[in-house]
Write a protein that binds this ligand. Structure first.
Ligand code: GCV
Length: 703
């Protein structure tokens, strides 16, 4: 085919293809710049690997598919390269001292591009890295890349239920078609695995932490095994969330359930040993268990007067003959009206440091409460030196506007990872706790609560794909910046037109602060009722105080905020002195965290020169106004974006704009009743009343 014809076909392909978002960042659309395409093409005349295996096949398949799309040519896979040059060699070799087990090195050798790794999985990650390099339009003449994951277990946690729903899921139903499994394998499972492998994600917990015992039945284990078979060639292991009381509840036709699920009961221990053996018969490389116990009504060892360590160690004992791990969540808080929920996890878990079996990892949410739009880091990080602590982020936007608000989460993740615990002096960041370098943990883990679902575009809001992407990239390398990740994602997913890339990257980077400004500025948190979406800062009725909104902001006629200094709950005592001293003083506490730790008078002058009331109003108003700016920026990039994708995001931004004003009005009208101050100029009083807004919320929540 001559060059002109190829160009013509490429243009037609681009003009006629409506992007429904299914292909994520693995689009492999043709490279429009012909000299660049030719240069890449000269280096990609064949693919050859020095071994065969299912994972290596995934790597060669992906390279073939990617190069076909990017370069418009079919690249052959040879059984051996011989003396040929101008190709891509995949090499599993021990001769790679600079990288770890799953790392990769990409270098030019005798006019070939050589992807080397110690393991097949490393080669697969290298293949994806090479494709990313081409997709983002980087030169390959002097190609040398070497990268190793900093964290060993990089996994998604799905909160998917056997009935096909997803707890806090906003992208349709579950990806897993339980009813059809194991016989029918949806091709989507493979695409899910490809997307994860492209980021280096190597584990997936397929079911909700509020776990149904059904997942542990033979019927379901067969289904899970079928998923594991699809994921294995992509280096991904399957994990299960388990229901702690399963020994008691899970009888079958041949045996009734046990009388107890006490972790120290020998029969219960045997039950778990047998169940773990059975799981391995279905899934020989089973990754392990994830457990939510004695939290939000879930059963656990404390039901029998035992500790979290007793419960976790029992499962670890069952797992002893195998490679798997036990991941035990630290998301616990009791219904104690006098307690501060902020302190709960630290209080329950730090006394257990050193008591967990070496197979146990304790999984800690990034902040002390619950995935709020902005939280200080959990004080557990740094304070359990003898227990591997994994971090749990939430990708699904439970508190970030569901599927209508555009919030790029990398800055949220980074803020926590880069926070300094000071536990071993300056520079003891949360990231260094999590990657094990600070305390020498043998197991390291980063988990993200998945934002995927059955929607064609996977994540509901198409831009939320960037959060899946960002999580995976940071789980691999937490030193990457939010900007670098955004830039990559935009180029791979949306456009490579330079001005548009800049604008969208900037939009993404600002989006989280904009959301925080109209939603929960300056350390406000949890202004929600049961549905974590509509504004209800006035909400004060609930079976337990820490499920109300007023518990968190504590607004009164004097001021607003939760006093967590020594004169209040003293939660600050859980941090190292360097952190505590800075945050305990309202003059030095960073403004974004101020109301997390202080009850501040409305009239207090802040470092911005405004009073607290004026500052809060400024944030609510500028936050809501900034959504208009987001809309304008998105309009500007229209010529560079697929029209279907563009229209989808534009529609959601319009909803976001309406809802941001809703948030602004709800907060200022409600708080005004306490602050008794006018809305500062130049902002205009909302043109509705507090009652109007409450009514709107009731309609939304169908009350
Ligand atoms: C899976 C929050 C969410 C719950 C979730 C829980 C958890 O409370 O609202 O839906 O339950 O966190 O992380 O266990």
């Amino acid at each position: 085919m001559n060059r002109l014809l190829i160009c013509f076909l490429l243009v037609v392909a681009q003009l006629t293809y409506a992007d429904d978002g299914y292909r994520l960042w693995l689009k492999y659309d043709p490279i429009a710049n012909t000299s660049q395409r030719d240069a890449y093409s000269r280096s990609a005349q064949f693919i050859a690997a020095n071994k065969t295996s299912p994972i290596i096949k995934s790597a060669t398949d992906e390279l073939q598919m990617g190069l076909q799309g990017l370069l418009g040519k079919s690249v052959p896979v040879l059984t051996g390269a011989g003396n040929r040059t101008g190709g891509i060699l995949l090499e599993v070799t021990a001769n790679t001292p600079e990288i770890n087990e799953e790392g990769y090195r990409i270098a030019k050798r005798q006019n070939n591009i050589v992807i080397s790794a110690k393991t097949d999985a490393g080669v697969l990650y290298g293949a994806f890295a090479l494709l990313r390099h081409l997709q983002t339009g980087q030169p390959i003449e002097q190609l040398t890349l070497a990268s190793s994951p900093k964290v060993k277990l990089r996994m998604l946690n799905h909160w998917d239920n056997p009935n096909g729903t997803i707890e806090r899921g906003y992208a349709g139903g579950s990806l897993w078609k339980w009813y059809e499994l194991p016989e029918t394998i949806d091709p989507r499972y493979k695409d899910y695995a490809r997307a994860n492998a492209s980021l280096g994600i190597n584990g997936t917990v397929v079911n909700n932490v509020n776990a149904s015992p059904r997942l542990l039945t033979g019927e379901y284990l067969q289904k899970v095994a079928a998923l594991a078979d699809v994921f294995r060639p992509y280096g991904i292991k399957v994990y299960l969330s388990v229901y702690f009381a399963a020994p008691k509840t899970l009888g079958d036709r041949t045996r009734p359930g046990l009388k107890t699920s006490d972790p120290l009961d020998p029969q219960v221990r045997q039950w778990w040993a047998d169940k773990t053996k059975e799981i391995h018969q279905y899934i020989p490389d089973f990754g392990g268990f994830l457990v939510k116990a004695n939290s939000e009504g879930e059963p656990g060892p404390q039901d029998y007067g035992r500790t979290h360590a007793d419960g976790a160690n029992m499962l670890a004992e069952a797992m002893k003959p195998y490679n798997g791990v036990v991941i035990w969540r630290a998301f616990v808080y009791k219904a104690d009206p006098k307690a501060d929920r902020f302190k709960a996890a630290y209080e329950e878990f730090t006394p257990l440091d050193g008591q967990f079996d070496p197979k146990v990892i304790v999984q800690v949410k990034n902040g002390p409460i619950d995935f709020q739009p902005r939280e200080p880091f959990s004080p557990l990080f740094g304070n359990m030196p003898k227990t591997p602590l994994g971090i749990e982020f939430q990708l699904t936007q439970e508190y970030l506007g569901f599927a209508t608000h555009l919030v790029y989460e990398a800055p949220l993740f980074k803020e926590c990872l880069d926070a300094d615990t000071y536990v071993k002096g300056k520079g003891s960041t949360v990231a260094k706790v999590v990657d094990g370098s600070l305390h020498g943990y043998t197991h390291t883990l980063m988990a993200g609560v998945a934002n995927t679902g059955s929607d064609r575009n996977w994540t509901g809001h198409p831009m939320a794909q960037s959060n899946w992407y960002a999580f995976g990239r940071l789980a691999w390398d937490h030193t990457l910046t939010s900007e670098v990740i955004a830039d990559e994602w935009v180029k791979m997913t949306l456009t490579r037109e330079p001005t548009a890339v800049k604008r969208i990257t900037n939009l993404l980077l600002k989006s989280r602060d904009i959301y925080v400004d109209y939603n929960t500025p300056m350390g406000l948190s949890r202004p929600w009722a049961g549905v974590h979406f509509a504004p209800e800062p006035w909400q004060s009725k609930s079976p337990r105080p820490d499920w109300t909104a007023v518990y968190y902001h504590r607004a009164d006629s004097i001021g607003i905020g939760f006093d967590r200094t020594a004169s209040g709950s003293n939660a600050l005592a859980q941090y190292q002195p360097e952190v505590r001293q800075q945050w305990a003083n309202p003059e030095t506490c960073p403004l974004p965290y101020l109301l997390w730790f202080h009850h501040v008078p409305w009239t207090k002058k802040l470092s911005t020169g405004r009073s607290l009331w004026d500052e809060l109003c400024t944030r609510f108003y500028t936050g809501a106004d900034s959504v208009r700016w987001m809309q304008q920026e998105w309009t500007q990039v229209k010529p560079a974006i697929d029209p279907v994708f563009h229209a989808d995001v534009a529609g959601r931004l319009a909803t976001q704009q309406r809802e941001a004003i809703w948030w602004r009005d709800a907060w200022v009208l409600y708080l005004q009743e306490y602050a008794r101050q006018p809305i500062p100029a130049p902002f205009k009083k909302p043109d509705r009343t507090l009652e109007d807004v409450k009514q709107l919320v009731n309609i939304y929540l169908m009350r």
